[in-house]
Write a protein that binds this ligand. Structure first.
Ligand code: HEC
Ligand code: HEC
Length: 269
């Protein structure tokens, strides 16, 4: 009997003192929030907490339209893998009382780390998100105050998102991608080739086809789809980074060693 009680007490001590419930629909109070850039016109978030897993779907609407993202964290500190604007992100999330802290790192040449702290207050009606992103030594901090909403308020986020073909003017290859995934793909292009958006786009006219690099990129998209379909059963094994590795022109052979330069990709620059 004493042993069994001991086991029960031990099991209870493994549970957090109290598990806050983040599950629900949350809407940003734009006036009470402090955004790092221009304030969005609306920000909606659906949180779904099941055991240790917390899934967050969010939709931010600004003058470009809606941008959605979806992430899932293990809240016991085990590493979780997600994507941040088209690049791999690894995170550790931990619950402490009414606070969830998430530390994330985004892959890429420009080191990016993000810390986020969600705090539940006013009897679970308000959720405050403080986040700091450090990109290449530059810091951006923001605080977003969310108010709990009735479940139906989340319906717009449960509808399928517009496709890139519907949302943009001149998309020919990636028509069926959801619009947010399309923009993530653009960020992935820039990181994979080590370029800025303007390498392929006339500034301010993303629909224009005037830059030859944009047309080359379309051909590359078809080439990549073709390689994966015919060699890897349609799995996306070969992508832009596979060849480009952060350089505009991939190398076809190992380069000559340069004094003081250790890696092939560094030598390619
Ligand atoms: C390597 C070349 C390349 C880079 C770099 C690139 N794009 Fe693109 N972008 C394209 C291509 C190709 C298309 C058309 C895709 C298609 O037809 O399916 C496109 C289309 C777009 C469109 C749709 C415009 C319209 O209305 O038709 C937007 C918006 C866009 N890009 C934004 C960006 C942003 C923002 C960046 C930088 C973060 C970026 N792109 C970087 C190649 C690039
Ligand atoms: C199988 C290898 C491979 C893959 C995968 C690949 N590329 Fe390329 N890419 C090349 C080669 C090779 C060149 C030509 C370099 C040269 O002209 O010397 C090139 C050139 C380009 C150029 C022109 C660069 C310039 O400055 O002229 C763009 C833009 C480009 N690729 C975009 C992409 C995009 C976007 C993807 C992913 C959808 C991609 N590539 C995937 C091999 C690849």
């Amino acid at each position: 009997m004493r042993l069994r009680l001991g086991i029960l007490l031990f099991a209870a001590s493994l549970l957090p003192a109290q598990t806050p419930d983040f599950t629900g629909v949350w809407k940003a109070d734009v006036a009470k929030s402090k955004f790092a850039g221009p304030a969005p016109s609306s920000e909606l978030m659906i949180m779904d907490q099941k055991g240790a897993m917390l899934k967050i779907t969010s939709g931010v609407t600004d003058h470009h339209g809606e941008y959605r993202s979806s992430v899932a964290y293990n809240t016991t500190g085990i590493e979780s893998k997600n994507e941040y604007h088209g690049l791999p992100m690894k995170s550790r999330a931990r619950l402490d009382g009414d606070t969830l802290s998430i530390d994330s790192q985004v892959a890429g040449e420009r080191p990016t780390s993000i810390t986020q702290k969600y705090t539940l207050s006013s009897g679970g009606k308000t959720l405050e998100l403080e986040s700091t992103a450090n990109m290449n030594g530059k810091e951006r901090a923001e605080t977003v105050v969310f108010e709990r909403q009735p479940n139906e308020a989340g319906d717009p986020l449960r509808q399928p998102e517009q496709t890139a073909g519907e949302h943009f003017k001149n998309v020919q290859v990636l028509k069926t991608l959801p619009a947010s995934r399309f923009i993530d793909t653009m960020h992935y292009f820039t990181a994979s080739l080590g370029v800025k958006c303007e390498k392929c786009h006339v500034e301010g006219h993303f629909d224009s086809d005037d830059k030859k690099e944009k047309k080359t990129a379309r051909d590359m998209l078809k080439m990549v789809a073709n390689i994966d379909e015919h060699n890897f059963k349609g799995h996306p094994k070969v992508q832009c980074f596979t060849c480009h590795r952060g350089a505009e022109k991939p190398l076809a052979a190992p380069p000559f060693a340069m004094p003081g330069v250790a890696t092939a990709s560094a030598a390619a620059k």
